[in-house]
Unconditional design. Structure first.
Length: 194
């Protein structure tokens, strides 16, 4: 009985040491950045960890084709494409039985649960600033969060959003101006140090 080999699908795949070294060198140092960007992209949906995990899996599978230059831009591109693909898969289901929906799913907008990160940020951020940032259109808010909060360079934010660097700079300038207008001169002057 001991000389029977397990089926091929039951045997663990051999670990490619070169791929593992490349992953540890190029990908692991960027995980914190990926998580911050994923949190910005996923918003309050709480899917940032899933998005990063799927991105890491795809990066590991493609590490052999990576040339080693600009790992952050490469990973942010994978993250953005993964985010798009995950949203394509999550479309609302349909049902013929309206009674089945009652009591099982809340009406649109009625169930709003903050993630633990958002709860902490809500407590730390000034309510007026938080409201000003939340009032921005998504394309402006995303750029503002990636550059000013996540501290990505313009090029990294452009790679994450798949837009030209000039678009990032323009949107960031407009986002900052809108936040300043929303806060008003009274609030801005009151916050300046003497």
């Amino acid at each position: 009985m001991s000389d029977i080999a397990p089926p091929p699908h039951a045997r663990p795949a051999p670990v490619d040491e070169a791929a593992l070294r490349a992953f540890n060198e190029h990908v692991k140092p960027e995980i914190d950045v990926l998580l911050r960007v994923a949190t910005s992209l996923a918003g309050r949906s709480g899917g940032a960890e899933d998005l990063v995990q799927e991105t890491l899996i795809r990066a590991f599978r493609a590490i052999d084709s990576f040339d080693g230059r600009y790992p952050r831009a490469w990973l942010l591109t994978i993250l953005r494409r993964t985010h798009i693909n995950m949203h394509r898969r999550t479309r609302p289901g349909t049902t013929d039985d309206v009674e089945q929906l009652r009591g099982s799913r809340p009406a649109f907008g009625s169930a709003h649960v903050l993630s633990p990160e958002d709860q902490v940020l809500d407590q730390l951020l000034d309510p007026a600033l938080h409201q000003a940032v939340q009032s921005l259109d998504a394309k402006f808010r995303d750029v503002l969060m990636l550059v000013d909060v996540d501290q990505l360079s313009y090029a990294e934010a452009a790679a994450a959003l798949d837009v030209p660097v000039g678009t990032v700079m323009s949107r960031l300038s407009r986002a900052r101006a809108k936040v300043r207008r929303h806060l008003g001169p009274e609030i801005l002057n009151a916050r300046r140090l003497p």
